[in-house]
Design a binder for this molecule. Sequence first.
Ligand code: TRP
Ligand code: SF4
Length: 329
Amino acid sequence: MRIVSGMRPTGKLHIGHYVGVLKKWLELAQEHESLFFVADWHALSTSYEEKLNLEELSLELIRTWMAVGIDPEKSLLFIQSAIKEHAELYLLLNMITPIGWLERNPTYKDQLEQIKHKEIHTAGFLTYPVLQTADIVLYEAEGVPIGEDQRPHLEIAREIVRRFHHLFGCKERPIFKEPQEILSPTPRLLGIDGRKMSKSYGNAIYLDEEPESIWQKVRAAKTDPQRIRKNDPGNPEVCVVYGYHKAFSDPATIAQVEEGCRSGTIGCVECKRWCAAAIDETLAPIREKRERIGSKLLQEVVAQGNAQARKLAQAKMEEVNSTVLGATQ
Ligand code: TRP
Ligand code: SF4
């Protein structure tokens, strides 16, 4: 199975990205052919007014992927905007995508509701899923690891594929594959304040966080409000720290936390110390590896990945263009 997935370069990654997305990528990359790319054009769809420094953010994102263990020898790593075929296919797919499909997209509607501080009533934002479809079908992806919010985009991708085959007469010899979604089972980690972990809420623990700062954040994290004194029995299920334990601690520690919290035999401070230590145990090697990935290596990886991806994309676009032109005869 060929795996393709992308990530927008909007800033530093946090432990929620690691647990929810990157661990899944790592697991899939072990068993399948995989392509991972920086969706820098997608970042522009909502952030065209911001000084993001996309070039640097894109390289930093790939550095982070490599630091967590994505191996550029095994996976193809590249940058969307370096492969112009994404734009070419996006253009063609836009010709046949009914606006109604895009306007009815629940993720689109949610974002219009939520994002009030930016003007996102743009053609680029409406057609975001069309670009995403191009990203996917250009490489004949079979499996696409995504989060829950991206499911409607995969549905649109499959619909566009079917419509393309129907309109351009390639039902017998389909030129695209209908991509399947691969949903991460792990629920996303909450931020230290109990809301969704997000850079904009200031409640995230970042992948490059130093030990002292991990401790300060975990120490400040929201716990079960019923536990006022040390021996008050608590419910770990309502505590964000327990969520971190489940993601980073060993089974024995998790069991001890669960038991000790419910019976009121461990204090929150002690529990948080174990938690910060477990998080640092995962992050320390990532921080160290990150330091060792120099700019030169990074540039080389990206140049190679781009070149290989471009080859695949160009071959596919030749096929696509001759199919489309052929259908107009
Ligand atoms: N839209 C995805 C997100 O925000 C990023 C993305 C762009 C993507 N193109 C993709 C993911 C293709 C999977 C496949 O998470
Ligand atoms: Fe949370 Fe641990 Fe305190 Fe229980 S003991 S409320 S799991 S911090």
